[in-house]
Design a protein around this ligand. Structure first.
Ligand code: GLU
Length: 428
């Protein structure tokens, strides 16, 4: 198997079959514009000085400053961050946000750090990145295992380094530090709009429609709540330790309450009172993916649906809330089996869309109401979902290829606006 990045690139090759772009565009999209690897020093609580590896990749900034989250996870690598930055480039273009794509990360298990250590690590990472980021250069945000508090520390550190208040350098901040209302729920809310727009097209918009969701973090847990509230049956959810399943549907608000107080779904497993209140069977992350449900939602990490398990997937539709949960080969198998795969660069774009709204509010200094944020988010998610769906039908391709065609049209237009070979040779 190739690297995650080479796997990611294969999707773009498919889009090139349907849309003509200049050779310049193809060349420009081959490699990241800039990558930085830093060694981040942190004084640990026991007095040791420990070094962590950190990355930031700016993949392409033709359409605007690069934009994308920062991930704290033991598996973070240069290859993963580059792939995530690549996806961000296309995601921002699908939603027509005036951004290119970037991503960052630190190779660390944040669950093993104290809060003091986590703060020092976050600030030290910004010290190390120095001028690589900025409100008009590259704008980070939360991603896996990072949150509003960490974004707040990072903005604070950037302000200290640059001796000015620059809230627009980072999004997903706490509200009191210039964050936007609606940002916390935005990835889930955006995914919900895409799901609502697609389900009627594939005759799955019934209260009997069943969902399984892998991942119970910011995106997965909030989305489970929205689907439950809308009257759908969420029959299985899981976190990194395992999951729970009940064919009649889970009481999601109760499950979320337990997860919040106990910090793990394990507490919902048969622990006497809890078990009798919310009957469910334990299920592994692996088995959850293969459940006989209508809709499967991977909302955790990449490479969950691969050539190893794709043939066993029984869902009729997969909505990718995680980034890159489906490998290239995995998708081929599922699409051949008639499964509709709604790609990450559309489904989970609500997060970066409200990040854009936050950045706009920071720059104008005027803050919107929750209704304004949610209405603009819905408008954009529904509009671009319909656009991608139309391309899917028109070209007879997968929804992922359609999303790449859609994004590529916008990216290549911005690239060509700077001049092409034909322009300089007086051919156009
Ligand atoms: N990490 C999120 C993503 O993958 C959000 C990025 C952002 O808000 O800039 O889309």
């Amino acid at each position: 198997m190739g690297t995650l990045f080479s796997d990611a690139e294969r999707h773009l090759q498919k889009a090139f079959e349907h849309i003509e772009v200049s050779p310049d565009t193809i060349e420009r999209l081959k490699y990241p514009k800039a990558s930085i690897k830093v060694r981040v020093p942190v004084r640990m609580d026991n007095g040791d000085l420990k070094f962590f590896e950190g990355y930031r990749v700016r993949f392409d900034d033709t359409r605007g400053p690069t934009k994308g989250g920062i991930r704290f996870h033991p598996n973070v690598s240069q290859d993963e961050v580059a792939s995530l930055a690549y996806w961000m480039t296309f995601k921002c273009a699908v939603l027509d946000l005036p951004y290119g794509g970037g991503k960052g990360g630190i190779t660390v298990d944040p669950k093993k750090l104290s809060r003091f250590e986590l703060e020092r690590l976050s600030r030290a990472y910004i010290n190390a990145l120095g001028d690589f980021i900025g409100p008009d250069i590259d704008i980070p945000a939360p991603d896996v295992y990072t949150n509003a508090m960490i974004m707040g520390w990072m903005m604070d550190q950037y302000n200290t380094i640059h001796r000015r208040i620059a809230p627009a350098v980072i999004t997903g901040k706490p509200l009191a530090m210039g964050g936007s209302v609606g940002r916390e729920d935005a990835t889930a809310t955006g995914a919900f709009h895409t799901i609502q727009a697609i389900l009627p097209k594939i005759n799955l918009d019934s209260p009997e429609t069943t969902f399984a969701i892998q991942g119970f973090g910011n995106a997965g847990a909030i989305l489970a709540g929205l689907l439950h509230k809308a009257g759908y049956k969420v029959v299985a959810v899981s976190d990194s330790k395992g999951g729970i399943h009940n064919a009649d549907g889970l009481d999601i608000p109760a499950v979320r309450d337990h997860k919040e107080t106990s910090r793990t779904l394990e507490s919902v497993y048969c622990k006497d009172d809890v078990c009798t209140l919310y009957p469910s069977d334990r299920i592994s992350n692996h088995d959850l993916l293969e459940l006989d449900v209508d809709v499967l939602i991977p909302a955790a990490l990449e490479n969950q649906l691969t050539a190893d398990n794709a043939a066993n997937i029984k869902a009729k539709a997969v909505f990718e809330v995680a980034n890159g949960p489906t490998s290239y080969d995995g998708e081929e198998i599922m699409v051949n089996n008639g499964i509709l795969v709604v790609p990450d660069i559309l489904t989970n774009a609500g997060g970066v869309t409200v990040s854009y709204f936050e950045w706009v509010q920071n720059r104008s200094g005027y803050y919107w109401t929750l209704d304004e944020v949610n209405q603009r988010l819905e408008e954009r998610m529904v509009r671009e979902t319909e656009n991608v769906w139309s391309i899917t039908k028109e070209k007879g391709c997968s929804m992922r290829t359609a999303a790449y065609i859609h994004a590529l049209g916008r990216i290549s237009e911005a690239m060509d606006a700077r001049g092409t070979k034909d322009y300089y040779l007086n051919k156009v």
